[in-house]
Design a binder for this molecule. Structure first.
Ligand code: BG6
Ligand code: MG
Length: 218
């Protein structure tokens, strides 16, 4: 029986991918190469340092650890300029109504995000107190597709992994949920999220009843 939901943040609750993209693109430009929106797909759900490695690979560059730290910090400072301007109206359509439905039914809600900026974003959009547990990039050692972030989320809301549904927009996140033995709703493109149990375009037409159907279908 499903008793809790674990939400990824970037791309599920808010569209911060566009801000990550702008900050990485600026860094790439400074280093002398272009970084496209298609390239950016590869960074979704991936940790900051791993994202930098992929960016460098795209630009055909190598860099020592110290310089990488400087670059990652620079990108993060630019990214934070964007997120510090975020407001509650940037919560994706249908998300708040879905949270309200879950709460009404006594379902637990956790955040399972790779981002070290998750709390800042939740504060900006006014959702910090909505979550019963927040597991973010500051609390995990292994990045998605390792299931650590979701297993910790389930643990913090007092549930077994089998009792949780993960909502994810990234392939690495879907893999993390499935290898953690959780049900997974992909949010976005079915071509990319094919390993999820079901894929939805967003929360606008998604309700608790649909989740219950998912429960009996599995
Ligand atoms: C994930 C994003 O949620 O967080 C990735 O999908 C990002 O694109 C990762 O790299 C780490 O985020 P941050 O905020 O710690 O740099
Ligand atoms: Mg995401």
């Amino acid at each position: 029986m499903i008793r809790g939901c674990i939400f990824d943040l970037d791309g599920v609750v808010v569209d911060t991918a566009k801000y990550h993209y702008l900050a990485w693109k600026r860094l790439a430009k400074e280093m002398g190469f272009d970084f496209t929106e298609q390239d950016n797909e590869r960074l979704k759900g991936v940790s900051r340092m791993r994202s930098l490695d992929i960016l460098l690979e795209i630009g055909g560059m190598t860099m020592g650890q110290e310089e990488k730290e400087v670059m990652a910090t620079k990108k993060n400072d630019w990214y934070r300029e964007y997120i510090l301007k975020m407001e509650p109206d940037e919560i994706l359509p249908g998300v708040q109504d879905f949270f309200a439905e879950l709460k009404n039914e006594g379902m637990k809600i956790a955040l399972g995000s790779a981002s070290k900026n998750a709390v800042t974003i939740l504060e900006q959009i006014g959702l910090k107190d909505t979550f019963d547990a927040i597991v973010d990039g500051t609390k995990v050692e292994k990045a998605k597709p390792d299931p650590e972030v979701f297993l910790k989320g389930a643990h913090e809301i007092g549930l077994m992994p089998e009792e949780c549904v993960v909502f994810e927009d990234a392939e690495a996140g879907v893999e993390a949920a499935k290898s953690g033995k959780m049900k997974c709703v992909g949010v976005g493109d079915p071509e990319i999220l094919g390993k999820a149990d079901i894929v939805i375009p967003g929360f606008q037409d998604f309700h608790l009843i649909d989740l219950q159907q998912l429960n009996t279908a599995l």
